[in-house]
Design a protein around this ligand. Structure first.
Ligand code: NAP
Length: 278
């Protein structure tokens, strides 16, 4: 193990990724660049892609679990986490392993994982607050939220966090509860507004203002993410329902104010008109 001058220690890790979809692949690329050894398993067969990337792909979950992983990184959809965990034969784990999840909600995976993981397994809950689009030119200044839920092997945990620190991420340690409270206000609201804009069918025009371009980009970036992700943000974040109600209430308030102002405008006009015609 080599030490570093930054906050986290650095050690080359064997990282097994469960769920090799968009986000799993995105993370794997940087991890490989940093010299970590990656393996993966997923519902879909990614053998060919993994072969190109120099990753061992396991169709058989038991063989994946038996491989010598320092870290098992869970990158499945929020909605499929519980079902996917049922397919993992934890008894096949040979030694203490650090389980890390990257789900965009945090209390849900923490609770489910604490229920199913053998007591000797460590658990780090994380949320990289960026994705393939926002992180395509690098991860500098992007936030990595993490909560060391049950960590005894500090060296492995530290080496995992170092991956993000090395890329220049802002490292934010906070509880899963605090994350979900804040993310309902920020991330869920962003996705909800993006989805609403998409329902309105907005498209770029020849006379876009900068603000309108921001809206079009928001619609595009949120609808590029899967609907599973969006619904997971709602179903498995207990603070999201209130935010949705706040949004609906705010919409009604704005509508009410507009209609009220329009009515007030009409009254003098009408009376002027009536005066003219007298
Ligand atoms: P996603 O739609 O949330 O998840 C896709 C992944 O879930 C794929 O690996 C897929 O496996 C797996 N999956 C879906 N349904 C499944 C099922 N029934 N059984 C087993 N596996 C299933 O899209 P994502 O963008 O790749 O996100 C993955 C995770 O990262 C999510 O938890 C998300 O909240 C989190 N995250 C995403 C971003 C982002 O910007 N995209 C950022 C931060 C965190 P197959 O590919 O094998 O079908």
């Amino acid at each position: 193990m080599s030490s570093s001058s930054d906050s986290f220690s650095s050690q080359t890790l064997n990282i097994g990724i469960v769920g090799f979809g968009t986000f799993g692949q995105f993370l794997a690329k940087t991890m490989i660049q940093q010299g970590h050894t990656i393996s993966a398993t997923s519902r879909t067969d990614y053998s060919q892609l993994c072969h190109q990337l120099g990753i061992s792909f396991f169709r058989d979950v038991a063989a994946f679990v038996e491989a010598d992983n320092d870290v098992i990184l869970l990158s499945t959809s929020i909605l499929s986490l519980s079902k996917m965990l049922k397919s993992i034969p934890f008894r096949c784990l040979k030694r203490r392993t650090l389980f890390v999840d990257v789900l965009s909600v945090k209390e849900h995976p923490r609770d489910v994982l604490l229920q199913v993981l053998p007591e000797e397994m460590d658990l780090l809950c994380t949320h990289p607050m960026f994705g393939p689009e926002s992180g395509k030119s690098g991860w500098e200044d992007l936030v990595l939220m993490y909560d060391k839920v049950r960590v005894r092997d500090e060296a492995t945990c530290s080496s995992f966090l170092r991956i993000f620190e090395r890329q220049g991420c802002r490292m934010m340690q906070m509880s899963c509860e605090e994350h979900d409270r804040l993310a309902a206000r920020s991330q869920f609201l962003t996705h909800a507004i993006g989805r609403i804009l998409s329902e309105t069918g907005i498209e770029s025009t020849s006379i876009n203002t900068k603000s309108f371009e921001t809206l079009v980009k928001l619609k595009e970036s949120t609808t590029n993410d899967s609907f599973d992700l969006f619904s997971g943000l709602f179903i498995h974040n207990r603070f999201a329902k209130q935010e949705l109600m706040n949004l609906e209430h705010a919409f009604q308030m704005v509508k009410k104010k507009l209609l009220q102002t329009a009515n007030e405008e009409q009254i003098p006009n009408k009376s002027n008109h009536q005066m003219d015609s007298c």
